[in-house]
Every structure is written in structure tokens, then in C-alpha cells.
Design a protein around this ligand. Structure first.
Ligand SMILES: [Zn+2]
Ligand SMILES: [Zn+2]
Ligand SMILES: [Zn+2]
Length: 792
């Protein structure tokens, strides 16, 4: 064949690539690829995409374009690749050009990801110039979202701009083919961020005459802080940890509090100082093998543990695990993550044991990110501070995931996942902000089909969390260039989020019912626009009738819903207080059927008579005793009646303990009847179930067996009512949402019962079943309504 004449002619092509293509080593990758295919031209970051101009033989350009998609760097996510022919400029060589900006374009930002294997090898190589350098990164790994101020992604728009690259780093940065070619976070011990270890400020107490006494001096040694860019602060911090001390570590997206996980008195001291009575602490280890020594790890769990996202994975604790009992009291699970930064690796290696690695905050406040703020807020908790001088731009909690039959269930979505966008099946015709729920808040900023769901923000109950919310929202609006024309909020008039929505100064506000948002979030995540049955089981959500909803069966699409079944209403004496006192919930149910008093007796053991009589009065007089149909509270009532828990130290504790108690033993359901309410809807009546639990407990049945039967009763009744609703609505789709579906036993059982009847069950995949998904659901509902209004 004599084709050389064709092959020799030069052609030009302009390629535009969208998706996560900035901050992930994409330009260097394009450069390498162009060199390999003998093409000349340039690549640049623009605000909306990466643009590539190549010149060369037709076949080479084809191969190049194919390889762009097929061999993209690990962190890249290509959404589209457009190619158009263009003029041949006769360019020599291939260059990376200056970024240019287009204020109307937007594009995703990469999450932070764990240290890659190549960097880890260098970290442990004594001959490497970055040996034991705690901020080692490359184009494939390290911080991104937590250092980026604005797009396009270049060092000058990140918190790395404070560190000027030394000649050697600069050479890597400028050398095509180097792993750190155009790596914007590139640094080394000579030019990068530095660590220091400092003691907390001394606590001073003034006497009556104003004289000062240093009452406590917890410190990392008399010599004061070790402030060097070397590894010494890590050695010293590790020594303190081994000594049972608490060290506040400035990590990737905020401070963490570290303590020896095998030292019970140290863990207990952390609980007391942090004012966190019982809520489980997460652990950090270096390897999957170390995790296996503490918990059983399935292949799916191993994959998640070792993934570059490195979430905390909730694992089944081994009975012989050498862990302090106070880490997760009353639970059979333990949350473990694998070290994800070089700093964590070095610290764990030196400490030589698993460490508790919990958020650096006091009770429900957001985590601290700035050195001075942490030193102020955590001074009564930490014995020393391991600091660094690279500013954290965004607060970024650890993500938490658990597995239900090898399928991941998010409990918290933050580091490693946010702020990647999630598609909206119905694109929003105008930019919008959905401010999310009251508890476990996230917000969503949406433009077109892109929904940028924020990382976990927290409970909007204090000023600090509200400020975190506002700062993060400003950052999202800036990064993704969204100026909202619509604000979406919950229906509850009293929530802080509702006030925030009003204060955004946007004229158009759309209200979305909480449980509709839950169901819409699941439908939207699966790209479903048609109506489906939705089970929304959670603690609390404001109902359209003014009551507290929380065990709702809806027939819903993205724009609208009908409530077709609910849990029977019962008064909730004390309102929000009841979420922390399961006995009050039991009392509310008892008021519906006073003759059950004997069976319910265990719920009130140890409850002061006076408190009980006040709660009874509240019920009788309808004072602060709202009617509730809450599945979360039903779990509380059952826990109280079984004598498992009458007072909760954190929300959801009773339910988590019931799940742990139930284990995986097979169990038969107890009676949990479904009846029609005469208005075309069904009511699930839990009183026979609660009564049976109490009676059997009195008769000597074990709490574990009854906890298992309770779970199966809920699952069977839910599946039953979902099937009836699906038949009536002529659908085979059932979506499961709401915080109760974090309960793996309940989720697995409901799912199996429905799938056994030929139903397609939709469960949350990329978002949590809990309120962390509500803002995305709100955005999906608002987008669908806005779109519908355009059509009408
Ligand atoms: Zn790397
Ligand atoms: Zn350097
Ligand atoms: Zn909810």
C-alpha cells in the first residue's frame, strides 16, 4: 500500500474536554500523549473545560483522541470530548499555555484524595529527597478542594501560593514527563509547608486579689514547641500519644483529635474533655491488615478502605480487638479509616498502634481549620497541637460509609466525594440554591443538570455551624459560578435554614416537604422521572398538616407527591426533648392504650416520678406534645420497652443499639397491622407490636431475639404497605430513603422482601439515606417544578 502521501499531510484539531479535568494532572497527561503521538500544539485550562489544539497526521490525531479518553489520569472524570477540525498553524513542539478564564463557564473541582502508591514509596525511601516529608504529593494525589480558592486551577488560586517552589521543585514542575510536571501542590522539605508541635496556651486562674495562678500546664515538654520543618514534631507527637496524651492534628480538611486507641483511660479522658459521652469514635490505621486485626473486613469493605477516597468504614468489631472499650460503647461496630495523608502515615508509623482520629471540635460545633482558632477552641481538650502552615480553604470532614450486603450506604458524604456534581434528571431552568434540612445539613447549588451537593455541614443549631454553612455556600457560589435566582427550603417555618433562605435576598423561594425531598433524592440519583412508591423513614420532618412526620409512604415523582400511608400518630411529650429520651416516646404510645401499662413497665424504670408526671400532663393538656408518626421514635420506644435504653446520649443511639443487639439472627415478625384510615390511605399501627415486645420480655424472652423480631416486624409491615401502594399506583418501583435506612438490617430485609415480589428497589448510592441527601432532593423537586411551570 502506498499511503505515505496521505499520512504526511498535516491536519489540525481542536478538542474541548469537560468534566473533572483540572487539578488532576490532565494537562501534563495531554502533553505526554501529544509527544508520544508526535503531535505539536498546546493545551490550556479554561474555566469550563480543558482545550487542546493538536497538529499532525490524521491517524496520529485519531489515536491521540482515543487515548485521551482511554488513558486519562486516575482522578480525571471525562464527561464530554468535543473535536472539531481547525487550521494548521504550523506550531513547533507542544506547550502548556496560560489558563484563560471565561466567567460564564463552570466545571467540577476534584475532591481531595489519598496519597498515591508512588508518593508512598518515595515517602519511605531514605534516598529520596522527600523521604519522610509530610506534604508529599503529585499530580495523582493530595489536597485539591481544600486548597482551591477559585477556578481555573492554578497554584496562584490555591493556598499553595504561599510556598514558592525551590529550583529543584520548579525543575520537576517544568519537566515534561516528570510525575510532578505542572503539579500545583508540588513542594519539598526545602520549600513547602512546615510542621510544628506546640503546647496549649496555659490556663490561668485569677485569685481574689487578681493574682494569676497557672492551674494547669499540659504541654509537650518544658522546652516548648518543636518548630522545625523536619520530622521531629511527628516523633514528639507520637511520643505524647504513646504516653496517653491527646494531640490535636491539623489534617487535610480540619483538625482532628488523636489519642491511643488501645488506652482506655486516654480515650475516656478525650470523651470527658470533648463532652462526647458515648457517640462512637473513629479510628485510623496504616493498612488494611491492621484494620483486619481490629474488625472483620469483607472484600467490598476492603475496597472502600483502600480506595483513594479513604472513607471511615463501619466494620464489625472483633471480639478480641485490643481496643479501649470506650471507643464505641454498646455497639458491635467500629469505624476505621486508613491513613490518607503522608502526615497521618508518619504519625501512625511512629506511634505503632491504632489511633482514635475524631473531629477537632467540642460536641456539636464544626471542626476547627485555622491554627489560632483550634488553639483557642481545643485548648482544654488537647495536650499538644501538631500544626502546619498551609491554610485550609474548605472545612472537610471525613466521610463515613457502611455496607449492607456489600452495597455501600453513606452515613456522611464529605472528604473524597464532595464537591463532585450529581446529575439532576430534570435540569433546572434557572440557577438555584437548596439550603437543606435542619440536622445533618448539606446544601446544594444547582445549575442546569449539575447539582453540587456540599460536603457535610452539621446541625444548624449554633452560630459556628451557621457560619460554616455561609462560608461554604459562598465558596460554592464562587467556585461553580452560580448566582441563584431561586432558593429552596424546608416547609418548617422555624428552622434556621428557613431564615437563611430568606436572608439570601432572592425573591423566589420554593418550599419542599422533607420526606418528599428524601424520596426525590433517591429517584433523582437513579435518574427516575416517573412516579414511584417512596418509603421515607427517619426521625423528624415537618409535615404538611403541621404534625411531626417520619414514617411516610408516598407516591411521588420529582415534582409532586401523595401521602398514601403513615405510622399511627402518637403524642411526643417534650417535643424535641423526646429524641433524647426514649421513655417519653413510650409514654406517648402508652397514652393511646393505657391498658398496656404492664407490658410497658420496663420503659420507665429509674425515671423520676416527677418527670413522668410532667410528661403525662403534657400529653393530657396537649402542651408541647406534638403528634408524631416517626419511625426513629418507634425504635426509641421499642428500646425503652425492652429495657435497652431509656435515655439516649446522642440521637439515634437507641436504634443503633437495637440493631447491634439484633445481630444477624433470623427472626419472625410480630403483629404490626396495617389498616385503612377511611380516607383512602393506610395506617401502620405499632401498638400491638410494642405490646407484644413488652409482654414477651416480661415472659422471659431475650432482648436480642426480640430486637431481631422488632426489625423483621417493621420490614414486613413496610414491605406489605409498599406493595399495596405500588399496586394501587400501578408502579413496580419503590424508593427507600430517610435516616432509618442507615440501619443495615432494616434496609436488607425490606429490600429482600420487595425484590422477592418482583419490585425494583431504589436505594441511595452516592448520597446518604439520611438528611445529608435532603438538599439534593429539594433541588431535584424545585428543578422539576420550575421545568413543569415553563411547559404549562
Ligand atoms: Zn502522588
Ligand atoms: Zn522544593
Ligand atoms: Zn429526614
Amino acid at each position: 500500500m502506498n499511503a505515505p502521501a496521505v499520512a504526511a499531510s498535516r491536519e489540525g484539531a481542536l478538542l474541548s474536554i469537560t468534566g473533572v479535568v483540572q487539578g488532576v494532572g490532565f494537562r501534563p497527561f495531554v502533553h505526554r500523549l501529544a509527544m508520544r503521538h508526535g503531535l505539536s500544539g498546546w493545551v490550556l485550562n479554561s474555566a469550563g473545560d480543558v482545550q487542546v489544539h493538536v497538529e499532525g497526521a490524521r491517524q496520529s490525531i485519531d489515536d491521540f483522541a482515543h487515548a485521551l479518553a482511554a488513558e486519562a489520569p486516575p482522578l480525571a472524570r471525562i464527561e464530554s470530548l468535543d473535536r472539531t477540525a481547525c487550521e494548521v498553524d504550523g506550531l513547533e513542539g507542544f506547550t502548556i499555555r496560560e489558563s484563560h478564564d471565561d466567567p460564564d463557564r463552570r466545571q467540577p473541582v476534584s475532591p481531595d484524595v489519598a496519597m498515591c502508591a508512588a508518593c508512598e514509596a518515595e515517602l519511605n525511601d531514605p534516598s529520596n529527597r522527600r523521604y519522610r516529608y509530610p506534604f508529599i504529593t503529585c499530580t495523582d494525589c493530595g489536597p485539591r478542594y481544600t486548597v482551591i480558592d477559585a477556578m481555573p486551577y492554578d497554584r496562584e488560586r490555591t493556598s499553595m501560593r504561599a510556598f514558592t517552589q525551590c529550583p529543584e521543585c520548579l525543575r520537576e514542575y517544568q519537566t515534561p514527563g516528570d510525575r510532578r510536571y505542572h503539579s500545583e501542590t508540588n513542594s519539598c522539605p526545602a520549600c513547602g509547608p512546615r510542621l510544628s508541635l506546640v503546647p496549649p496556651f496555659h490556663m490561668v486562674e485569677r485569685g481574689p486579689g487578681g493574682e494569676a495562678h497557672v492551674v494547669e500546664k499540659r504541654s509537650g515538654g518544658e522546652a516548648g514547641g518543636v518548630e522545625r520543618g523536619s520530622e521531629e514534631p511527628i516523633d514528639e507527637a507520637a511520643r505524647l500519644l504513646v504516653d496517653g496524651k491527646i494531640v490535636a492534628v491539623r489534617g487535610l480538611g480540619g483538625f482532628q483529635l488523636a489519642v491511643d486507641a488501645t488506652n482506655e483511660s486516654a480515650v475516656r479522658r478525650l470523651r470527658i474533655r470533648k463532652r462526647r459521652e458515648a457517640k462512637p469514635f473513629a479510628l485510623m490505621v496504616r493498612t488494611v491488615a491492621e484494620a483486619r486485626a481490629l474488625a472483620s473486613v469483607s472484600w467490598a469493605e476492603e475496597e472502600a478502605l483502600a480506595s483513594r477516597e479513604r472513607p471511615i468504614v463501619l466494620l464489625r468489631k472483633r471480639a478480641d480487638a485490643p481496643l479501649a472499650p470506650s471507643i464505641a460503647p454498646g455497639l458491635d461496630s467500629v469505624g476505621i479509616m486508613i491513613a490518607y495523608t503522608p502526615l497521618h502515615h508518619l504519625l501512625l508509623e511512629r506511634a505503632g498502634r491504632p489511633l482514635v482520629m475524631t473531629s477537632g471540635n467540642v460536641s456539636d460545633e464544626p471542626i476547627a481549620i485555622e491554627n489560632a482558632d483550634a488553639q483557642r477552641r481545643l485548648r482544654d481538650i488537647a495536650d499538644a497541637f501538631l500544626l502546619h502552615d498551609r491554610e485550609i480553604v474548605a472545612r472537610y470532614d471525613d466521610s463515613v460509609v457502611r455496607f449492607a450486603n456489600d452495597a455501600p450506604v453513606f452515613l456522611r458524604r464529605a472528604r473524597g466525594y464532595a464537591p463532585l456534581p450529581i446529575d439532576l434528571p430534570v435540569p433546572t431552568p434557572v440557577p438555584l440554591v437548596a439550603v437543606g434540612p435542619h440536622l445533618k445539613n448539606t446544601f446544594t447549588v444547582a445549575h442546569g443538570r449539575w447539582a453540587f451537593v456540599s460536603q457535610h455541614i452539621g446541625d444548624l443549631e449554633n452560630l459556628e455551624t451557621l457560619e460554616h454553612f455561609q462560608a461554604a455556600l459562598e465558596a460554592y457560589k464562587r467556585l461553580f459560578r452560580v448566582e441563584p435566582e431561586v432558593v429552596v427550603r424546608d416547609l418548617h417555618p422555624g428552622y434556621l435554614s428557613s431564615r437563611v433562605a430568606e436572608e439570601l435576598g432572592v425573591a423566589r423561594i420554593i418550599g419542599v416537604q422533607h420526606h418528599h425531598a428524601h424520596v426525590a433524592a433517591v429517584l433523582a440519583e437513579h435518574g427516575i422521572r416517573e412516579p414511584a412508591v417512596g418509603l421515607a423513614f427517619d426521625g423528624t420532618g415537618y409535615g404538611e398538616d403541621g404534625n411531626v412526620w417520619g414514617a411516610e409512604v408516598l407516591v411521588a415523582d420529582l415534582a409532586a407527591y401523595r401521602r398514601v400511608a403513615q405510622l399511627r400518630y402518637a403524642p411526643l411529650p417534650g417535643g424535641d426533648l423526646a429524641a433524647r429520651s426514649p421513655w417519653r416516646v413510650a409514654l406517648g404510645y402508652l397514652s393511646l392504650e393505657p391498658e398496656a401499662a404492664g407490658a410497658f413497665a420496663a420503659a420507665f424504670e429509674g425515671v423520676p416520678e416527677r418527670e413522668r408526671s410532667i410528661a403525662s400532663q403534657q400529653i393530657v393538656q396537649h402542651l408541647n406534645a406534638p403528634l408524631a408518626s416517626s419511625m426513629g421514635r418507634l425504635f426509641d420506644a421499642a428500646a425503652a420497652i425492652l429495657g435497652v435504653r431509656r435515655l439516649a446520649q446522642y440521637e439515634g443511639q437507641a436504634a443503633m443499639e437495637l440493631e447491634a443487639l439484633a445481630g444477624r439472627h433470623a427472626a419472625e415478625p410480630l403483629p404490626f397491622p396495617v389498616r385503612e384510615n377511611g380516607r383512602g390511605a393506610w395506617v401502620l399501627d405499632p401498638l400491638p407490636l410494642l405490646f407484644a415486645l413488652g409482654e414477651r420480655r416480661l415472659a422471659g424472652s431475650g432482648a436480642a431475639e426480640l430486637a431481631a423480631r422488632f426489625h423483621e416486624s417493621i420490614a414486613a409491615a413496610s414491605a406489605d404497605v409498599a406493595l399495596r401502594a405500588a399496586a394501587a399506583a400501578d408502579t413496580r418501583l419503590v424508593a427507600l430513603g430517610g435516616g432509618c435506612f442507615q440501619n443495615a438490617r432494616l434496609l436488607v430485609s425490606v429490600r429482600a422482601r420487595l425484590e422477592g415480589q418482583g419490585i425494583t428497589v431504589l436505594v441511595p448510592r452516592r448520597l446518604s439515606p439520611n438528611d445529608g441527601a435532603v438538599s439534593y432532593g429539594q433541588a431535584a423537586v424545585a428543578a422539576a417544578r420550575l421545568q413543569r411551570d415553563l411547559v404549562l
